[in-house]
Design a protein. Structure first.
Length: 77
C-alpha cells in the first residue's frame, strides 16, 4: 500500500530536516538505502534463477525416468 500525498509531503519534510540537522547521518542512511536496493535486485534475480534451475532438474529427472522405463521394457522383452 502506497503513501498518500500528505504522507509523502510529511516524509519529505522529515528527510529535509534530517539532512539539514545531521548531514553525516543522512549520507550514511542514503548509502544503506542504496546497498539495500542493490541487494533486493540481486535477491530477485537469484530467486528467478533458482526456479529455472528447479525446472531444469525436474525435466532432467523425468527424462532419466523415461530412459530407465524404456530400458527395462527392452530388457524384459
Amino acid at each position: 500500500m502506497g503513501l498518500s500525498g500528505r504522507e509523502r509531503r510529511i516524509l519529505a519534510e522529515i528527510e529535509r530536516a534530517m539532512e539539514r540537522d545531521d548531514p553525516d547521518f543522512a549520507r550514511r542512511l542514503a548509502e544503506i538505502e542504496q546497498t539495500a536496493s542493490k541487494a533486493g535486485r540481486w535477491r530477485g534475480r537469484l530467486a528467478r534463477g533458482g526456479r529455472g534451475l528447479l525446472h531444469m532438474w525436474v525435466i532432467l529427472l523425468a527424462g532419466v525416468l523415461v530412459l530407465v522405463v524404456l530400458l527395462v521394457a527392452v530388457i524384459t522383452t
